[in-house]
Design a protein around this ligand. Sequence first.
Ligand SMILES: Cc1ncc(COP(=O)(O)O)c(C=O)c1O
Length: 467
Amino acid sequence: MVGALLSKIAQGNGHGEESAYFDGWKAYENDPFNPTSNPHGVIQMGLAENQLCFDLVREWILKNPAASICTVEGVKDFQDTAIFQDYHGLPEFRNAVARFMEKVRGNRVKFDPNRIVMSGGATGAHELMAFCLADPDDAFLVPTPYYPGSNDFKITRSALEEAYNHAQEAKIKVKGLLITNPSNPLGTVLDKETLTSILAFTHEKNIHLVCDEIYGATVFGPPDFTSISEIVTHENHKPELIHLVYSLSKDLGFPGFRVGIVYSYNDDVVNCARKMSSFGLVSTQTQKLIASMLSDKVFVEMFLEESRKRLARRHKLFTWGLSIVGIHCLRSNGGLFVWMDLRHLIKDLNPTVEAELALWKVIINEVKINVSPGSSFHCSEPGWFRVCIANMSDDTMEVALTRIRNFVVQKTGMVKPHVLTSGKRKCTWQNKLQLRLSSKRLEDIMGVSQIGSPHSPLPQSPLVRAT
Ligand SMILES: Cc1ncc(COP(=O)(O)O)c(C=O)c1O
């Protein structure tokens, strides 16, 4: 067998391409929605991309032709860009990224450009971290999506202890805790108190804390995003055990550029990661473009503000559009997605993952929307789905909303007029197949941009699990 000649990783199925998450992608790839050429195709809502501000980036590129080597103004830099690249990264790139990371964190912390290590996206950054911190068979604790309403979805000390003790009993060596803040898939942020308690836990157990803050600038409403770097500075909890993973894939919407960052407070980790980063460097061409763009303070300021505004608007339109057929989402203020609650559509008295996946198949094949079932995020309570909302136009979002609403009407037999009011205006559910409101109309109904609308879905109370 040829397979036996390969490594264990190559022979295994660790990538998870067989999971529901990737099945949905395949369904989209086989029949992609296009408003004109394939209006009945599958709409991609499984991709956490931020495409709402590309007009601003395009405008900047046109105004700054020297930032690219593919222009009359920039071609003089071609040779210097094309030759050997060293793994430290261009000083102007590391400087610009450090300043950008500070800006995203409200300039409440300082980042040392000498600690910025490049990687191929946050994916590469995680690999670098695992390489530097763990050996084969060691483990990291990873909290699964959420925590219950009674404690405001916080990661609790008791759940962390439980997961840690489980690992101890199974004789698994825990090297660290990995958290994502803001959360994917929840779109929520961890508060200072929780971060401090998490740090106390990792400090006490003498394990690493890796914080993935890739969605830092997507927080569009209160409460503010608090970075672990703010806690490290102020509380001084064994900083050598604390590491940040970042990238420009979400905050700027550039996953194709593969700009990932490891920022560690541990000198040895910085040194090792820098050497190992040769496996996933950011191209010099990209470094130059990003250095130039992020050094433009006026642009960065405007982009971050506008991006938050557009994300808030999109989030509000979408959650409101769902709420009129009784679909609620977890209350969130960040990320590029919503965490949609369809537990009521799983009829079984004892909802199972199988029931969730059966519903998900109907959503993919009949509603023709690729969303991601909670089970693909190891969610312990069936019936939750992650729906990405920032990778499409307003019109496509509307088509998706109409499909979801029609599906709910068919599934629940909802025929009674359903009336919602907002201020002086009214929106009336008139006919189960005719409800279609333009985004503009929805905005009119919802009034000025404020996140906590009286009609915002109430937070639900998912179960807890930390593994
Ligand atoms: C929390 C989180 N970390 C890392 C990644 C990977 O990002 P990148 O494209 O920078 O590799 C993603 C992408 O969805 C993500 O959601």
